[in-house]
Every structure is written in structure tokens, then in C-alpha cells.
Design a protein around this ligand. Structure first.
Ligand SMILES: *Cc1c(COP(=O)(O)O)cnc(C)c1O
Length: 351
């Protein structure tokens, strides 16, 4: 830390991203990226857009918002595109939380929520998940606080049904309920259908997982026009050109190529279900994941040891050191071939 660093951030512990190794080729199952390339249409449009990089991009993302609005059955004014959904979460914490508007989220969830809360000086409560890692909806009904829920949750992959999400939103009319749907396309129910009914609901999604665009950094928030206006005020007060031309074009291609998107999600769901069976046959226990990852533990092998043994064999997964999580590893659902490699490596390790 330099002697110039603002005292406001003295105590800040930044988020730790998953490893992005360069030194060695791994079977990379650690950061929930898609095993499939972006849609051919997304790539074609991105290449075209590269020819205009001397020009600033459209800060309003007009064409992209129109395309997305049509897909979601919303108005363009109900959508904000930003630089990855992390950017949307950051703006939401900044826009809707402060000392008098605290936040509540589960103790086991996406690690960035508490980083953003700390960054913006927002008091927060971490509510323990149930013993089986499920979210107890009762903990969030009538919370009297802004609520942040990943649905499906990370790193468990477990999802709340839409009816429970609706009760949480309906019972907190004076607070914002943010539903982070980074993994919703792999089988859970989206809350987008509730947006016209509740002015306090903000849904956040990303192109990073189900749309194979993690490297493009494109995320979005969906909600009531007034909420989106607030987020825009902050976007235009910090970084209005936060989406580059190529990512904007790739996003447009991804939304336009609905068929490829559906195909990728379907393949990943099939591979996930097969992988669940193969892992169970090896004695693994796991949460009922509806995401593109599995959260698994083996009764005979500690989580950290399994992580290290897999790494040794060139397979990278994610291990979390937190008390309730350290028995587990989170394994991204890769291609069928990658999962085959994982299973073979696990068989050798368990011998
Ligand atoms: C991956 C992830 C994000 C961030 O996604 P980006 O759009 O790549 O910033 C947000 N929330 C959850 C729960 C995630 O797993």
C-alpha cells in the first residue's frame, strides 16, 4: 500500500478471481466458462466491428438493447448493458445501498457481494444457508433490507422456485431485491417475467457463462425503468463507454442467434446430468446443481487434497477455503471429452 492510498479503503479485501493459468495447458474447469466457442454470428459481427475501432462505441447500446428487449419481452428502457455483470452489481450496490439502506445475502454465495458492500461502505448481513446449503426463503421475506440473491446460487448451483422469489420480492416493497441470474439459462426459472409487476425487482444476467462470451465482458441489468435510470445515472457518472464495439457486436450476434444459444445450454445440461451419474458412481456427494458446475465432495478425500491431486494431473477445479466449503470442490461442466478426462483422473486418484 502506498502512503497515498485513500483511508476509505484501508480495510478493503479485494475479490480473488479464479486462476487463469498461462504457464501450462490445463483442462480448465475452474471458472465456469463455456466449453463452446461464441456463436458464429457473434464472431462475424465482432470482427466487422473491429474495423471501426477508431470510433467510440454507442454508449446507449441502442441496437443491442432493442434485440435483447425483444428476446426478454421488455422495453429497451428496462435494460442496461454494462461491462460484465460484476459491473451491474457494483452499480446496484452504489445506487441502492448506503449506511441507512443495508444489504442482506447468504453466507455462502458469490464472493463479490461483500466486497462491493465494503467498497461502498454498506452495512451487510450474511445469513447462513440451511445445513443442506439451500436458501431459506423465510430469511428474506419482509427483510426490510436490500436483498441480493444469486439464483441459482454459487457455488452450490441450487435454485429457488419462481414462486419463492416472487414472495421475497412482494414482501419487500420498500427495498430492492436483486436476483443475480448468472446461471439461470441452465435450467432454473428466471424472474424476468415478474419485472412488469414489481418496481423493486432488479434481475442481473451475464453473457459470460451461457453465451460463451466471458472474455467479452458483457452483462446487463433488467428492471423497472426508474431503477434502470438510477443505474444509468451512475454509469454516466463513471464510465459511459464501458462496452467496447466488439463486445457490443458480439452480444448482438449472440441474442440474434437464439438457436446456437439454446443448443449450447442443452449440451451443457446433458453433460452435467451424465457427469453427476459418473461422479456418484465414484462415491462423490453433491448438491442438486441446476447450473453449469457441480459442487462435490468425497467422503474419503479432503477437498484441498483432491484439488491438488487434480491439478497435478492437469485438471483445474475451484477449491474454496471457507469453513463450510473446504470439503468441497466446484467443478465446471466442460465438454464431454473434458469430463471424461476429469473422471479418468479421479479414478486414478481414488485408487
Ligand atoms: C460469474 C458470475 C458473475 C460475474 O459475471 P461477469 O458477467 O463475468 O462479471 C456474477 N454473479 C455470479 C453469481 C457469477 O457466478
Amino acid at each position: 500500500m502506498s502512503r497515498f492510498f485513500s483511508r476509505r479503503f484501508d480495510a478493503l479485501t479485494p475479490y480473488t478471481p479464479g486462476e487463469q493459468p498461462r504457464e501450462r495447458k490445463f483442462v480448465k474447469l475452474n471458472t465456469n466458462e463455456s466449453p463452446y466457442p461464441p456463436s458464429p454470428m457473434a464472431l462475424r459481427l465482432a470482427r466487422q466491428a473491429a474495423g471501426d475501432l477508431q470510433l467510440y462505441p454507442d454508449p446507449e447500446c441502442t441496437a443491442l438493447r432493442q434485440e435483447a428487449a425483444a428476446r426478454f419481452g421488455l422495453k429497451p428502457s428496462q435494460i442496461l448493458f454494462v461491462n460484465g455483470s460484476d459491473d451491474a452489481l457494483n452499480l446496484a450496490f452504489m445506487a441502492f445501498c448506503d449506511e441507512t439502506r443495508p444489504a442482506r445475502f447468504p453466507d455462502v454465495t458469490y464472493g463479490f457481494y461483500k466486497v462491493y458492500a465494503a467498497l461502498h461502505g454498506v452495512p451487510y448481513e450474511e445469513v447462513p444457508l440451511r445445513e443442506d446449503f439451500s436458501v431459506d426463503p423465510a430469511d428474506y421475506k419482509g427483510a426490510g433490507r436490500n436483498v441480493f440473491l444469486a439464483n441459482p446460487n454459487a457455488p452450490t448451483g441450487m435454485a429457488l422456485p419462481l414462486a419463492e422469489v416472487e414472495e421475497i420480492v412482494a414482501s419487500n416493497p420498500d427495498n430492492v431485491v436483486l436476483i443475480d441470474e448468472a446461471y439461470v439459462d441452465f435450467g432454473a426459472e428466471s424472474a424476468v417475467s415478474l419485472i412488469d409487476k414489481y418496481e423493486n425487482l432488479l434481475v442481473v444476467q451475464t453473457s459470460s457463462k451461457s453465451r460463451s462470451l466471458a472474455g467479452g465482458r458483457l452483462g446487463w441489468a433488467l428492471g423497472n425503468e426508474a431503477l434502470i435510470t438510477d443505474l444509468n445515472t451512475l454509469k454516466y457518472s463513471s464510465n459511459p463507454y464501458c462496452i467496447n464495439r466488439m463486445s457490443m457486436a458480439a452480444g448482438l450476434g449472440s441474442f440474434a442467434d437464439e438457436e446456437y444459444f439454446r443448443w449450447c445450454c442443452g449440451e451443457i445440461v446433458k453433460t452435467r446430468e451424465k457427469s453427476k451419474e459418473a461422479l456418484r458412481a465414484l462415491g462423490f456427494e453433491m448438491t442438486p446443481s441446476q447450473a453449469n458446475f457441480l459442487f462435490v465432495r468425497h467422503p474419503r478425500v479432503p477437498g484441498a487434497a483432491l484439488y491438488a491431486a487434480l491439478r497435478e494431473k492437469g485438471v483445474l477445479v475451484r477449491h474454496f477455503d471457507a469453513p463450510r466449503l473446504s470439503d468441497y470442490n466446484r467443478i465446471t461442466v466442460g465438454s464431454p471429452e473434458e469430463m471424461e478426462t476429469l473422471i479418468e483422473a479421479l479414478k486414478e486418484i481414488l485408487k
